[in-house]
Write a protein that binds this ligand. Structure first.
Ligand code: ADP
Ligand code: ZN
Ligand code: ZN
Length: 814
């Protein structure tokens, strides 16, 4: 009898591929183990065993596998079921899902590049083959797997490489490589010189004229009596003074700062007990558990700072006790250092963080810990891709800030929505899902209203702090009355001045980075365009250059207009960088910081800026929407939104909903501690209904209007959307192709086809783009619809001149 194995290859292949195995291999192999196989022109891939059987493939001669790479499955049955669902629902191949799901170290292939890990090794510990690779890497900084095949003179090299990776001799080269490093916490202590009781009197005498400093020293000693280490932040809070007081003491050699790293592995269960829930929180908590008896998914709608996180913590604690695994999904890990720290203090010994930007070894370590159900990986905190970990006993998935757009993956396939895919995953585990948000997405709130999800509301901020007071500042009027300085209204300047005077901090939000979005010639009106994309370039004043935010193209700021030669080039609109510069002119004595993609690019960029702001070294923080995410600063009393209009005018059916969410979230950063915060929103259009709704906290009203519009214009949740994108370097070809496909689809779906249309940005990286959207009414069968679309796609690709057109299909593309 012959034996065969069907495998998933990590490439967009529609079908599984069949290889030949020996009887012994058939006895050993299990679904979910990896095997090295050859595919295409002597390319080697890491494939995943899917089924073992005795039937010869039809249409091709099965090749033999190279070798088996695992002794036990690294992917379990539940995962494979989940992958099947994702591939089916999001119309991609299992190979796409496989590639997205696994850490790249698990997916060696002939093109993979390896490098030596810095450091020295005991060469005696290496086998002959391992040594040959090690030696070759002494002469050459990197090797591809193909080169290793040549060096060793054999094809079966994956196990050797795997071994070298496990011995930490080599690593797979990656572009993104950022080791998780929690931020350093800053502490204050008295210098040795002054640190004795008999010197204290002298010290206080010396400071008799500097009352603030004298008081700071006294407060320090008070704190020292109850704290082993005195946090800079704590001292600052207690003296109610500014960082300048402490700085003077440091300059005088009386105080010094030191840092303690809150280590991610070595947990010391300090005095960080879980907080007692308040009455409203207790009620919400009990209700969630009650609802979980009958509902698989519950939405917790709690206003900003109501203590949603504390409720999650209580649930997590119960599940940990019951030995269940918990997945805590966050929109973006890099932005949530504060939350990670908080959970680390509570659950350090159970908690692992998983993030695609962490180093490969860390990811492999977490994967293996989850696979082996280790305690250290019982609670996983991660961005959307952590949903692919090999859970076997999941009890709860928390989707925090469920409305966040970053839960959706747009490119490459699988183009999945982590919230929706998590709900499916939890069904496979018979687990529960808790969605949390202050501003739920329209779809989720609709599902709650339809009683599909359980619903719990929390309408009080912790400590009964009032929601910030929101003021709309009419800048059209201010312009008319000449009350603007640059992009600042007199009212905003006044509010900033007050906050700074009260030693409070300010956050200013501007939805664009760079100095000014576009440069325009005053003479002929032409703006410099990206040579590869259909967008205007953005001016960045710091480096005096123009950049494309779509492809990264950069060029020096020209002196003359490229079209007419005029020297009158104007900057139009404004970005974070310009706000920062204007602020420095308006408030020369104030420390201004900026948080956007440009300033946070470095390894620990975010943590650094957040840390500085926390330590009150920055008084005013200017930033993009990064600022809206879960940051918790006690001392922020004012949030300013520089221009609300550019979000509202975005051409997308969710623009209003998103603007509402973004503004409410940004506003939620104000006054989280004791005092009521203030939010100033500058706009040309203060009567816009969304702005009115933001300022009166009218979520319900906003939702009602949105859902009516969705109903009227046939959008989700009433209609599903599938978007097809066609791309080609040849303008005419993609245009012809889109016309052809549009006609074919209209034949089937009639009025429910939008397009083909040219998107607002019609060319990116030299590819011209066309899109077609298919709307699917609720009573139209989804499976049949997708099959019909695939048939059109196959027919399209059978046409010779269209074959080179790239096609993406995006299900629920919003
Ligand atoms: P949300 O996630 O709803 O925005 P958080 O859970 O971050 O709110 O809570 C806001 C702040 O209030 C945090 O600093 C948190 O530590 C504090 N807080 C919330 N609930 C409690 C509680 N029951 N006891 C003590 N502090 C609490
Ligand atoms: Zn010109
Ligand atoms: Zn570009």
């Amino acid at each position: 009898m012959s034996y065969f194995i069907d495998v998933i290859l990590p490439i967009p292949l529609q079908k599984l591929f069949t290889y030949k195995i020996t009887e012994a291999e058939a006895g050993f192999l299990q679904k979910g183990m990896r095997v090295a196989v050859e595919f295409g022109k002597s390319k080697i891939y890491t494939a995943l065993a899917y089924s073992i059987h005795n039937s010869q493939p039809i249409g091709y001669e099965a090749k033999e596998i190279h070798q088996i790479l695992d002794e036990l499955p690294v992917v379990n049955e539940t995962q494979l079921k989940h992958w099947d669902w994702i591939a089916n629902y999001y119309m991609c191949s299992l190979g796409d899902v496989y590639r997205a799901a696994m850490p790249s170290a698990f997916l060696l292939e002939s093109e993979t590049v390896v490098q030596l890990v810095q450091g020295s090794y005991d060469e005696n510990g290496l086998s002959n083959d391992e040594f040959l690779i090690y030696e070759a890497l002494q002469y050459q900084s990197q090797l591809t797997i193909n080169q290793i095949v040549e060096i060793l003179g054999k094809k079966t090299v994956f196990p050797i490489i795997k071994e070298l990776i496990e011995k930490n001799v080599i690593v797979v080269k990656e572009q993104i490589y950022e080791q998780y490093k929690p931020k350093l916490v800053k502490y204050i202590r008295i210098t040795n010189e002054w640190n004795s009781d008999n010197k204290l009197t002298l010290l206080l005498e010396n400071l008799s004229r500097a009352t603030k400093q004298r008081e700071a020293v006294l407060v320090y000693f008070q704190l020292k009596a109850t704290h082993k280490n005195v946090k800079n932040e704590l001292l600052l809070n207690e003296i109610k003074g500014s960082a300048a007081v402490i700085k003077s003491l440091i300059d005088k050699g009386i105080f010094e700062t030191y840092f303690i790293q809150t280590d991610r592995i070595n947990f010391n269960g300090d005095s960080n007990d879980i907080k007692e829930l308040t009455e409203p929180q207790k009620i919400a908590f009990t209700k969630i558990k009650e609802l979980f008896k009958t509902k698989q998914t519950v939405l917790l709608k709690g206003i900003t700072s109501s203590g949603k996180t504390e409720i999650y913590v209580k649930l997590i604690k119960e599940l940990l006790k019951n030995k269940k695994q918990i997945l805590y999904l966050l929109p973006e890990i890099a932005l949530t250092a504060q939350l990670i720290e908080r959970l680390q203090l509570y659950f350090g010994e159970y908690l692992s963080v998983f993030h695609s930007k962490y180093s490969m070894n860390e990811r492999v370590e977490v994967w293996n810990n989850v696979l082996e159900s280790k305690q250290k990986a019982q609670l996983i905190l991660g961005a959307r891709s952590s949903m692919f970990l090999p859970f076997s006993n999941l009890g709860l998935i928390i989707v925090d800030e469920e409305h966040e757009p970053s839960f959706k993956q747009f490119d490459p396939a699988p183009r999945y929505h982590a919230r929706d895919a998590a709900i499916v995953l939890s069904k496979l585990h018979n687990a529960k899902v808790l969605l949390g948000s202050a501003t739920p997405s329209t779809e989720t709130y609709y599902n709650a209203k339809q009683d599909k999800y359980g619903f719990v509301e929390l309408n009080q901020r912790y400590g009964n702090v009032l929601l910030p007071e929101i003021e709309l500042v009419d800048i059209k009027e201010k312009h008319r009355k000449k009350r603007m300085s640059g992009h600042f209204s007199d009212r905003l300047i006044q509010l900033i001045t007050e906050a700074i005077k009260n030693k409070e901090q300010v956050i200013l939000f501007q939805n664009r980075r760079g100095y000014a979005p576009v440069v325009e010639c005053e003479t002929c009106g032409v703006s410099p365009q990206c040579p590869h994309c259909d967008v205007s370039l953005t001016f960045h004043s710091y480096k005096k250059e123009l950049r494309c935010h779509y492809c990264g193209h950069r060029q020096a700021m020209p002196h003359n207009c490229g079209a007419c030669g005029s020297e009158k080039l104007n900057t139009k609109g404004f970005g974070t960088e310009q706000i920062e510069i204007e602020l420095q002119e308006l408030f020369p004595d104030v420390n201004v910081g900026r948080m956007d993609l440009d300033t946070t690019r470095g390894k620990y960029g975010y943590q650094k800026i957040i840390g500085q702001f926390e330590a009150q070294e920055i008084d005013i923080l200017v930033g993009t929407q990064m600022l809206s995410k879960g940051l918790d600063f006690a001392n922020v009393s004012l949030v300013g939104i520089m221009n609300a209009d550019n979000m509202l005018n975005f051409p997308d059916f969710r623009a209003h909903e998103r603007s509402y969410q973004l503004m409410v979230q940004v506003a939620g950063r104000a006054g989280r501690d004791k005092k009521r915060g203030k939010v100033a929103i500058q706009t040309f259009n203060p009567y816009h209904q969304i702005l009115q709704q933001v300022s009166t906290n009218a979520y319900e009203e906003m939702y009602k209007e949105q859902i009516d519009e969705r109903w009227q214009y046939h959008y989700p949740p009433f209609y599903r959307l599938i978007k097809i994108t066609l791309r080609h370097k040849d303008f005419n070809r993609v245009d012809d192709g889109a016309q052809w496909m549009g006609k074919a689809l209209i034949n089937i779906f009639k009025d429910n086809v939008l397009g083909p249309s040219t998107p607002a940005i019609s060319k990116i990286r030299n590819y011209y783009i066309r899109t077609i959207i298919i709307k699917i009414p609720q009573n139209q069968q989804l499976g049949a619809t997708k099959n019909a679309i695939l048939r059109v796609k196959n027919a399209f690709q059978a046409i010779k001149e269209f074959r080179s057109i790239r096609i993406n299909i995006d299900v629920d593309n919003y």
